[in-house]
Structure formats: C-alpha cells, structure tokens
Design a protein around this ligand. Structure first.
Ligand code: FPP
Length: 250
C-alpha cells in the first residue's frame, strides 16, 4: 500500500480538508544543505508540488492553493527570479498537459501584469485547457499578496459605486470567489508566519507548521498534516458542547 492510499484509507472523506493552502518554504535551505545552488531546491520543489497534487486528489481534497511567488519575491537576486519564471513557464507548458489528463483544474491568482507576455499567455492557455475538469483545483498564487487581494477587491467595489459593503460583497471580488475558505493551512520550513497569504480567506483555517523543508514534504509528511487536522475541534466561535458529537474532541 502506498502512503497516498494510506492517507485515503485511514482518514474518512468527511475528515479530509476541502481546501488546503500551502506556503512551500525551505527550498533554498534544502539546496544549501546539499551544496547545490538554491534554484535546485525550487526545481525539486516543483516535483514535490506535483506529488502533493496527486496525494490530495486521491484523498479527496477539492482545492489546493500554493504560494509560489509573493509580491515581495521580486526583491530576490535577479538570477533566482529569472529561474523561477523559467520554471513557471515550463510548468505551464509541460506539466499542465499531464495535469489535464489527470482531470485537474489550474488557476493562477495574483497580479499577472508584471509577468512576461509568454507567461501571461501560458496562464490563460492552461486555465482555458483545464477549466471544465472536475478534479482537484490547483491554484498557484504568483505575484500575490493577501493585502493586495483585499485592496483590489475593495477598489473594484468602489469602481462599481458602492458606498457600503458587506463581507459577501468583498468575498465575491477576491481572487478565488468560488472556492470554500481554506480549512487547513500548511507552512513548511520552520517559520510560523502567514506572510500575507490569503489574509481574508484564512480567518478560520487550522494552522499547521512544520520544520520539514518543502522539498522533503513527502507522503508521510502530508499524512501527518492531515492527521493533525482531524484532531482539531473546529468550533467557529461556538462552544464544544454545541457541536455535533462526532466533531467534539475529548
Ligand atoms: C520558498 O523557499 C519558495 C519559493 C519562494 C518558491 C516556491 C516555488 C516552488 C516550490 C517551485 C514550484 C512552483 C511553480 C509554480 C513553478 P525559499 O527559497 O524561501 O527557501 P529558504 O527559506 O530555505 O531560502
């Protein structure tokens, strides 16, 4: 039995998070530990992301949203930014075919205007190709920031002439308006910050931090994160006693 199928069989579907959000941190340190250039960590990170998609699909996760490039990441050394852009483009051109065959849907959220025209084109083509698929929705946050997302939503409402807005109004203008809010947020690499990722949508996400570096985040580590999620009592402001018995934790 593979680890992926063990995640599927040990955890009942009802305990699998519908939406998992991930900060894939630690690529550079993983490479450094092996005396490799930092970018080799990103290359390996992309393979690990592919595996995460496979495991999440098999386990019944509906949405996987990953932070691939923040608005602040433009400040990295030019050669690293350029490598990440190349990796993104080649993933859009090559990996997306396999994703499509596997029934995955791809979305990209963030400010696309700063990407090279071929990346913008690649994003549009990949989204169009996979838009009707019914499997896992993989959303890549690229040139994304949670504050930017809230601001662009607020500005869109102002542009419509709204003078008073509700939570629903704002939610509908955010990136990913149709996805449920993340149930589980995972950050690898030892930092315990949210780092401006989906600030509005993560209000009730269960947070899971691990020292494991992203390139080492294998099936066993995914299973560990999902198991931790099942042990949380999600009260959404209510008391433990108000929850259905099966959701109460001892
Ligand atoms: C953080 O690790 C990682 C990133 C800024 C890039 C994440 C990118 C990938 C996993 C590649 C795959 C994704 C796509 C869509 C091409 P870090 O470099 O900050 O690591 P460090 O903290 O050890 O330096």
């Amino acid at each position: 039995m593979t680890r992926a199928s063990s995640t599927q069989s040990i955890l009942p579907r009802t305990q699998i998070p519908r939406h998992v959000a991930v900060i894939m941190d630690g690529n550079g340190r993983w490479a450094k530990k092996r005396f490799l250039p930092r970018v080799m960590g990103h290359k390996r990170g992309l393979d690990v992301l592919e595996n995460m998609c496979r495991v999440c699909s098999q386990a019944g996760v509906e949405y996987l949203t990953v932070f691939a490039f923040s608005t602040e990441n433009w400040r990295r050394p030019a050669d690293e930014v350029s490598f990440l852009m190349g990796l993104f483009l080649s993933a859009l051109q090559k990996k997306v075919i396999k994703m499509h065959e596997n029934g995955l849907r791809l979305k990209v959220i963030g400010n696309r205007s700063r990407f090279a025209p071929e990346i913008q084109q690649g994003i549009l083509q990949a989204e169009e190709l996979t838009q009707n698929n019914q499997g896992l929705t993989l959303t890549i946050a690229a040139d994304y920031g949670g504050r930017w997302d809230i601001l662009q939503a607020a500005n869109a409402l102002i542009a419509e002439g709204k003078t008073h807005i509700s939570e629903d109004d704002l939610t509908q203008k955010l990136m990913l308006p149709d996805a449920p809010e993340p149930d589980l947020f995972i950050r690898t690499g030892g930092e315990t910050r949210i780092s401006n990722f989906m600030l509005w949508q993560m209000a009730y996400a269960e947070l899971y931090f691990t020292d494991v570096l992203w390139p080492d985040f294998n099936d066993e580590e995914i299973h560990r994160a999902f198991t931790s999620f099942t042990q949380r009592e999600r009260r959404f402001g209510r008391t433990s006693e108000q929850l259905p018995i099966e959701q109460q934790r001892p």
